[in-house]
Design a protein around this ligand. Structure first.
Ligand SMILES: NC(=O)C1=CN([C@@H]2O[C@H](COP(=O)(O)OP(=O)(O)OC[C@H]3O[C@@H](n4cnc5c(N)ncnc54)[C@H](OP(=O)(O)O)[C@@H]3O)[C@@H](O)[C@H]2O)C=CC1
Ligand SMILES: CC(C)(CO)C(=O)C(=O)O
Length: 346
């Protein structure tokens, strides 16, 4: 088994490290899209290290760095780029379609792609811009990662929060439940992912995966922009007085859009999870459990990077427009975050 990783940032490094620590020990190749990565790779002496957060205070007790990786440039330097059979894409949502496009020539119907990113809509872009033809489209998997990972040193990542990687067969469009009879998946790839113990990878049926993606979308659509706007940790998103009404309105609007997206599903219990106090309490619980974290959106704003707002609140706004539902609070917050992006990038 040979797995390529596209998007060699925090999550990509964590997944690459976990794969070679897993029971199957696949060959793992990191795809480098810029020269700086080679410089950093040299500094780390060609190793990746994953440190458990609690071990940071105990130097000498960290996991050993691992050196079982190959690296390859994008574009491939040789005359004929070998095909990629198993790919894990861990770019941020806005970069995903462009990144996959840059290695399109190496992918085919025989390839398996696992996408792991926050938000929704990036897979739709890959389908539209890279693989519009279903006859040549790879088999898609999507994952929701509940662990918290941040960078520490050259190719060194810290696992700050435990959580599984929930994954399953994905449709070519977000929220689409793919045909169960499509069994063209690669059993070895599935087995390798499930055998990757540090990832705590859990396979879900497609409709359950969509449910998990939507729950995460709602959580991110409330916690991320509020923490970015108020420059606060996740815990404060629910404890501060300021913005209480806005927070409740965001939960309510997001719930209504998601319920409409699930309208064709006859699973009443699932739809009930996106109603009123239950949904609000769920978001509050995640804010509490991750209370010491800085959300990824706040981190992006602080670093002057583009955020994933278009794939989180922006996704909800686009769906609300299509379904003719009100979504003014999310629409406004998208604008506010874009203004912050523009100001902080100056
Ligand atoms: N870190 C975490 O704890 C978790 C992250 N996630 C989600 O996972 C996704 C990735 O997050 P994270 O790893 O933290 O983000 P990072 O920014 O650390 O990693 C993304 C990587 O993709 C690279 N990239 C950008 N464009 C391309 C391209 N065209 N080709 C190849 N690589 C490219 C980036 O490089 P460059 O520096 O050039 O931009 C960067 O190294 C996000 O959607 C995030 O929300 C989900 C759960 C947990
Ligand atoms: C769950 C949460 C809010 C944890 O920080 C997250 O996913 C993010 O920051 O993007």
């Amino acid at each position: 088994m040979h797995i390529h990783i596209l998007g060699v940032g925090n999550l990509g490094r964590y997944i690459a490290y976990s794969l070679v620590r897993g029971a199957d020990r696949p060959k793992v190749t990191l795809l480098f899209h810029k020269k700086e990565l080679h410089r950093e790779w040299k500094k780390s002496e060609g190793t990746i290290q994953m440190i458990q957060c609690q071990m940071l205070a105990r130097p000498g007790f960290e996991n050993k760095p691992l050196n079982h990786f190959k690296v390859e440039d994008i574009p491939y330097p040789g005359p004929r780029a070998p095909p990629i059979k198993h790919l894990i894409v861990t770019t941020k949502a806005p970069a995903t379609a462009g990144a996959v496009h840059s290695i399109k020539g190496r992918l085919s119907k025989d390839s398996q792609i696992l996408f792991v990113h926050n938000g929704l809509g990036a897979i739709d872009e890959v389908t539209d811009k890279v693989f519009p033809d279903p006859k040549t489209r790879p088999y898609y998997w999507a994952g929701v990662c509940e662990a918290g990972i941040y960078g520490h040193g050259p190719f060194q990542v810290v696992k700050a929060g435990e959580g599984p990687l929930v994954f399953g067969h994905s449709g070519a469009r977000s929220c689409e439940v793919p045909d169960d009879r499509d069994n063209s998946f690669d059993l070895d790839f599935l087995h390798t992912l499930l055998a990757t113990h540090p990832l705590d990878a859990r396979l879900e049926r497609p409709e359950r995966l969509v449910y998990k993606q939507l729950r995460k979308l709602v959580v991110n659509s409330v916690i991320n922009p509020l923490t970015a706007m108020y420059r606060c940790k996740n815990g404060e998103a629910f404890t501060r007085k300021e913005g209480q009404q806005l927070r409740d309105a965001l939960v309510e609007e997001a719930g209504a859009v998601v319920r409409a997206l699930l309208a064709t599903r006859d699973d009443v219990a699932v739809k009930a999870d996106f109603w009123g106090d239950g949904l609000r309490n769920y978001v509050e619980q995640i804010a509490y459990l991750t209370r010491e974290n800085k959300s990824s959106m706040l981190q992006d704003i602080e670093a002057g990077r583009k955020t994933e707002i278009d794939y989180i609140n922006g996704y909800l706004v686009r769906q609300a427009k299509r379904l003719r539902l009100p979504c003014e609070h999310h629409e406004r917050i998208v604008q506010q975050i874009k203004e912050l992006e523009a100001n902080d990038a100056l």
